[in-house]
Structure formats: structure tokens, C-alpha cells
Design a protein around this ligand. Structure first.
Ligand code: ZN
Length: 334
């Protein structure tokens, strides 16, 4: 090969390398950031996503996966915890990326919004105790409904991804204990499950912004257990029957479940088994109305005292042949 040819090959290779390097740099710079979770918990174990961002531009609602686990105009993702007793133990809210605390509010009482007047009382303070963090490239994250007096950062403070900001609470317009995360770029809401898009609806291509891929779980268990009386959803959110003890003379033995994202025509089945291994209750029923949050139970009225020993409750929620929730819960009655 002539000297001239070698010279040209070297030049062309150099130019090619230059092109590849600049292309990767541009791609890297314009690639979307990756965000961590806003809560320090084990998703699917002791916390869950209750609501996603609403992608329907009308008064209806649709989540990014064409499901109904959102409500009209909901502009963030709600990470829930089982009840107020768990909230009291303290579940940390953490920063989803490095940044600076832009503004915050604390001092709002925790409560469960259950009525229209409760809702009205939160007007102007819907976010409750919350804060906004400014990140690079025009990104902002907002965290809402933190526990009263739990915010541990100050305005202007630098935070890292994972820095504890405060604790999950139920302040502002919250009907259950959770942290609401809103993500914005240049002031515009972005669904972290979708990435930046101009499209509405749920058919758009998705480039999630989470650093670890998150499964879409529209249906699941919040918790299940036993109670000595018929529960209400409010009492379940309060954690009234969380780790409850049942007295042997209790007039009722109730096996309950608290779930999210049930759909019409799902089928639920309950079994209650006594310490002699006898099936006391065996009940199957269709769900007659889709619901974002769901409570159901079976129970036994006690004419005398309950049998001593280990009682077992079994629950299944099925959609067609698919098992959506499967729970076995035990309680020792002495
Ligand atoms: Zn929310």
C-alpha cells in the first residue's frame, strides 16, 4: 500500500472516530435523566402505587397504561403505605435526584379527607406539608402530604438523590397516607412512566424516566387481617385492626382485605378455616363495580366462645383465570 493511501486511511479513521465521539456526546447530553423513587420502601411489599398521572384531556381519566388507576386531572404519582399506624412508625420521603430545595411548607395536620367539608377545609393547602426541589435542566420534583413537622431540610439546601426530606403523611387533600410526586420540566407536568411527550391518551411511545424499571401494577393488596367487628375503610386506613388481637369471647371474627384497583367482573373468594381444619366460610362473589380502592370481608358471629388455636383466612381475587391477589392470613386465638 502506498504511503499516500495509508495517510488517507488514517485521516478517514480519525474523522470517523471524531464523528462517533461527538454523536455519543450529543446523545448522552440529550438523553433523559433518570430518577429514583420518592419513598424509601419496598414497592409491592409494604407500599404500592395507588394512582398514576391522568392522561385524559377531558373530564374522564386514564393512566399511562390505558388503565383506570388515576382520577381526573391527577398530575402526579401516589405512593401509598398501608395505614396511619405504619405512618406513625415513619416511612421516609426521599429526593428523586440531586438538587436544591426551592420551597417548602410544614405544620399542616395529618388527617383522612372523607367528606366534602373535609375537602373544603384543605383548599389552598391541597399539597399539605410539601416541598419542591429544583434539579438540572429545568426539572423540578414536588412531594406532597408529608407528615406534620417531619420535613428535615431547609430552603436553599442542597440535596442528593436519596436524601431524606421528611416522612410520608396524610396532610392536605389526602384520603390515605401517601406521598404524591409531581415531576415537571420547564413548568410542564411529565409522567415519569412516559417521559416527555406532547401526546395525550395512553397509546404514545414511552421512555420511562425511572432509573430502575417499574412494573405497572394496577391491582394489588394493601393489607389483610382479622378484626373483632365489621370494619370500615376509614378504620382500615387508620390502622385500627393492624396486627389486631382477637379475644376468644369476641362476638364476631371478621377476616378482611383492603386492596386497590379492582375491576367489575373480577371474582373474589374467601375461606375461613377453624383450628380443627374445618372450612367455616367458603364464599365466592363477583365484584360488581370497578373501584380504585376496595374493602371486603367475611365473618362469623359467635354464639359462644371461639375455638382456641390457629385460624386461617384465605383470599383470592381473580380476573378471568388470572390470580391478581392471593393471601393467606393466620391468627392465634387463645
Ligand atoms: Zn396524588
Amino acid at each position: 500500500m502506498s504511503q499516500l493511501a495509508i495517510k488517507w486511511i488514517k485521516r478517514i479513521s480519525f474523522i470517523l472516530i471524531l464523528i462517533i465521539v461527538s454523536f455519543s456526546l450529543v446523545t448522552f447530553a440529550s438523553s433523559s435523566p433518570k430518577f429514583g423513587l420518592p419513598i424509601n420502601c419496598n414497592l409491592g411489599k409494604n407500599c404500592y402505587i395507588m394512582h398514576y398521572v391522568d392522561h385524559d384531556p377531558t373530564s374522564k381519566e386514564i393512566d399511562f397504561n390505558c388503565g383506570r388507576q388515576t382520577y381526573d386531572t391527577h398530575n402526579g404519582t401516589d405512593f401509598g403505605i398501608p395505614n396511619l399506624q405504619v405512618m406513625k412508625q415513619g416511612i421516609p420521603v426521599i429526593s428523586i435526584a440531586d438538587g436544591i430545595v426551592l420551597r417548602l411548607r410544614d405544620g399542616v395536620a395529618d388527617h383522612l379527607v372523607a367528606s366534602e367539608s373535609d375537602k373544603k377545609a384543605t383548599e389552598g393547602q391541597e399539597c399539605g406539608n410539601g416541598l419542591v426541589i429544583k434539579h438540572e435542566d429545568g426539572w423540578e420534583s414536588q412531594y406532597c402530604h408529608l407528615k406534620q413537622n417531619s420535613i428535615v431540610v431547609k430552603n436553599g439546601m442542597k440535596v442528593k438523590k436519596g436524601t431524606i426530606l421528611g416522612m410520608v403523611g396524610s396532610s392536605g387533600l389526602a384520603s390515605f397516607p401517601h406521598v404524591h410526586l409531581s415531576l415537571r420540566q420547564d413548568g410542564k407536568i411529565v409522567d415519569p412512566f412516559v417521559g416527555i411527550t406532547e401526546e395525550t391518551g395512553c397509546q404514545m411511545p414511552k421512555k420511562p424516566l425511572w432509573e430502575k424499571s417499574l412494573n405497572y401494577i394496577p391491582t394489588g393488596l394493601i393489607e389483610g387481617g382479622f378484626a373483632p367487628e365489621i370494619p370500615s375503610q376509614k378504620k382500615l386506613w387508620e390502622g385500627k385492626f393492624y396486627h389486631s388481637q382477637i379475644n376468644i369471647k369476641s362476638p364476631q371474627l371478621i377476616f378482611w382485605i383492603h386492596a386497590f384497583g379492582v375491576l367489575e367482573n373480577d371474582e373474589e373468594s374467601f375461606q375461613l378455616i377453624n383450628p380443627n381444619n374445618q372450612v367455616i366460610i367458603n364464599q365466592k362473589q363477583p365484584i360488581n363495580k370497578s373501584s380504585r380502592s376496595w374493602m371486603s370481608y367475611v365473618g362469623k358471629n359467635n354464639k359462644s366462645t371461639l375455638e382456641k388455636g390457629l385460624w386461617i383466612g384465605k383470599y383470592q381475587l381473580k380476573r378471568g383465570n388470572k390470580i391478581m391477589i392471593n393471601l393467606e392470613q393466620k391468627i392465634n386465638i387463645n
